[in-house]
Ligand binder design. Structure first.
Ligand code: BES
Ligand code: ZN
Length: 652
């Protein structure tokens, strides 16, 4: 393992070398300008337009979760028994949720739970039907369900069915799956969508264990974020158990024609039969990855680690459902080059699933830590020059996000203020990249060994609990900084957490491999034939760097030459394809349009769709093209992807 000194010199830390703060600012500004002026398209999950929301500052921040209407923190809600039927034909889940409660301490009279577009058929407390009420819907949050309880109440049973606009559910017709033979259903509960398929306390700060009985059509298999079956049975009834307490956003269900292949004794992959062999090949190293993660920050606590490859409409890259990561098929590149996404979801088994952000305002505690952890896993497995590429691409995303929000925008603070807003507004590159760069800074400043010990201690001491930003900062102060004022001054914590933009002491990764890519791009742009460029050993990330920093558009002969040499229009690699289609659109390179349309027609991952559609939306001709394509393909996209694309393309 590299010692702290090697790490120190592998990163460009002008602050610690010779420059003073002002020159750093200038360098940063220059770097920002350079990147902004270039043609790369950042991965940008969502653009927030509401820049007026002022962040209240450290003194005023609260740990109250403003995205749940439940009052479960006043009553113990320790366990859920779920008994549901999945009706694939009518696209509806119905059944009963039985909550075990402990009301002896607080004597709550009116239990409030979260619901969204649920029809409540009946509610019983300890076996007796009670009169319940539903509040009028609150935007984003849904309707609070009021249930009368008393001191001795033990069991609350709610029988219900889901509605048509259940935001967590994507129901796929056979045509929308990989094998095109059977329907498919999957859930996406993060951040506040569990309430659209289970009446529950839907805040990350409330954890419960669960058992479930799920009935599905006999030809399909059901899987959850729990102990899972590995094959179908004849009854269509499946039982699940999650003994460890999890928050509602980690409740997950998938139903489809799904098969399983094992990787090693504790890891394996689920996919539609026609996708299984490819997926198994791609994830060959995942068993090793779990061991690598354990060597870094302690034992994996969840038993098995399996992955489920979903049909292409899955709106995100991956979701860290406990024991069963859900992932997009767009990472099955055929050469194992995009498995860092699995490292990311696996890392959530510590940062997020074990130690959970208390509210969505503290989202960077989930995602920034996970991004950092992901890159440490990749460094261990692939070497430092490889993880440096991940850091650099992430830094570019960070710069782009700051540019999009504005350098002073409170939406670029680590501590967010999402009151009155959709918590998914916080799903930007800021928590991921600003968060992970802040942790990288702490690592470089304190030394890797010390920081790793600190992180292991953090995961252990907070296991199965939640944490606010302020609690984390206190913990950092007492367990790592420990009165070392030089270290404290170096970090400038407030600028990172309660300040906007890119702090001057932001570390930057080594450029060993990207410097070579930049040189090859330069040669190409001054006339070297693409076939003569030294691209032989390039990984996906080098190709991304090559394309991201191309000029905004290229003359058609250059596009043709690139395509002839590297067959970009035929690539099966989604990251490369996405960048190529954008460059093709801007350059008017119509040869790539059929491939782009095929991509738009099946892939539902927002990270890819949004940059392509938003590039089109910049011209009048493009707007017509985008509207036509979107109307044709939108049924293949998840309700959440449709929501953001509707806004972008039709302004509503
Ligand atoms: N937990 C997130 C996905 C998420 C966050 C969904 C918030 C809904 C609301 C997941 O771990 C994630 O970060 N996925 C990324 C993967 C990437 C950063 C490697 C994605 O889907 O792009
Ligand atoms: Zn994540």
């Amino acid at each position: 393992m590299a010692g702290p000194l090697t790490n120190f010199f592998g990163w460009l830390m002008p602050l610690f070398v010779i420059f003073n703060a002002d020159s750093i600012n200038m360098i940063k500004k220059f770097a920002v300008l350079l990147l902004v002026g270039s043609a790369f398209t950042a991965c940008q999950p969502k653009i927030i337009h509401n820049n007026e929301a002022a962040n209240p500052g450290p003194a005023a921040t609260t740990s109250k979760d403003v995205h749940t209407q439940c009052n479960a923190d006043s009553i113990g809600m320790k366990h859920l028994d779920l008994n549901i039927n999945v009706d694939m034909e009518h696209k509806r889940i119905s059944g009963c949720a039985l909550w075990t409660v402990d009301n002896t301490k607080n004597k709550l009279k009116d239990l409030k739970l979260d619901t969204y577009d649920l029809t409540i058929d009946s509610v019983a407390v300890d076996g007796k039907q009670v009169h319940f009420t539903l509040d009028t819907p609150v935007v984003h949050l849904g309707r609070a369900l009021h249930i009368p309880v008393s001191k001795g109440s033990r069991q609350v049973m709610i029988c219900y069915k889901t509605g048509e606009s259940a935001r967590a559910l994507q129901w796929l017709d056979p045509q929308q799956t990989h094998d095109k033979k059977h329907p498919f259903l999957y859930t996406q509960s993060e951040s506040i969508y569990a309430r659209s398929w289970i009446p529950c306390p839907d805040g990350p700060g409330i954890r419960f264990s669960y058992d479930a009985r799920v009935t599905v059509p006999k030809e399909l298999l059901a899987l959850m974020s729990a102990e899972n079956p590995q094959q179908k049975n004849d009854s269509g009834i499946y039982h699940f158990k999650m003994e460890l307490p999890v928050p509602a956003y980690l409740m997950a269900l998938a139903v489809g024609d799904i098969s399983f292949k094992s990787i090693d004794e504790r890891t394996g992959v689920y996919a539609e039969p026609g996708m299984l062999a490819k997926a198994r090949y791609e994830f060959e190293d995942v068993g090793k990855m779990v061991h690598t993660a354990e060597q870094l920050y302690g034992p994996y606590r969840w038993g098995r680690y399996d992955m489920l490859v979903l049909p292409p409409g899955f709106p995100i890259g991956g979701m860290e459902n406990p024991r069963l990561t859900f992932c997009t098929p767009t990472i099955i590149a055929g050469d194992r080059s995009l498995v860092s996404l699995i490292a990311h979801e696996l890392a959530h088994s510590w940062s997020g699933n074990l130690v959970t952000n208390a509210t969505w305002n503290d989202f960077w505690l989930n995602e920034g830590f996970t991004n950092y952890f992901e890159r440490r896993i990749m460094e261990q497995m692939m070497g430092k020059s490889y993880s440096d590429m991940l850091w650099e691409l992430g830094y570019q995303d960070y710069v782009q996000a700051v540019k999009d929000f504005g350098e002073k925008s409170p939406d670029t603070w680590l501590k967010l203020n999402l009151a009155g807003r959709d918590p998914d507004d916080g799903l930007t590159d800021i928590p991921y990249e600003k968060g992970s760069h802040f942790l990288k800074l702490i690592e470089l400043s304190a030394g890797r060994e010390k920081f790793d010990q600190f992180l292991s201690g953090y995961f252990n001491s907070h296991a199965f609990s939640t944490i606010t930003t302020e609690q984390f900062l206190n913990y950092l102060d007492s367990n790592l900084i420990k009165g070392d004022t030089a270290l404290k001054n170096k970090l400038r914590i407030n600028e990172w957490v309660y300040g906007p933009g890119i702090p001057a002491n932001c570390p930057m990764a080594g450029q060993e491999r990207f410097a070579k890519v930049d040189e090859e791009r330069r040669k190409f742009l001054v006339g070297t034939a693409p076939g003569e460029l030294a691209t032989k050993e390039w990984s996906t990330h080098e190709w991304m760097q090559f394309l991201r920093k191309m000029p905004d558009s290229l003359p058609l002969p250059q596009m043709t030459a690139l395509d002839k040499a590297f067959a970009f229009s035929k690539t099966g690699n989604s990251e490369i394809a996405d960048l190529w289609y954008i460059l093709s659109w801007k350059s008017g390179y119509e040869v790539a349009y059929p491939a782009m349309n095929a991509f738009l027609s099946s892939v539902g991952r927002r990270k890819f769709l949004e940059p392509i559609y938003s590039t089109m939306m910049k011209t009048e001709k493009g707007k017509i093209y985008a509207r036509e394509a979107y109307l044709k393909y939108k049924n293949n996209y998840h309700p959440l992807a449709q929501e953001s694309l509707n806004k972008m393309i039709f302004g509503k």
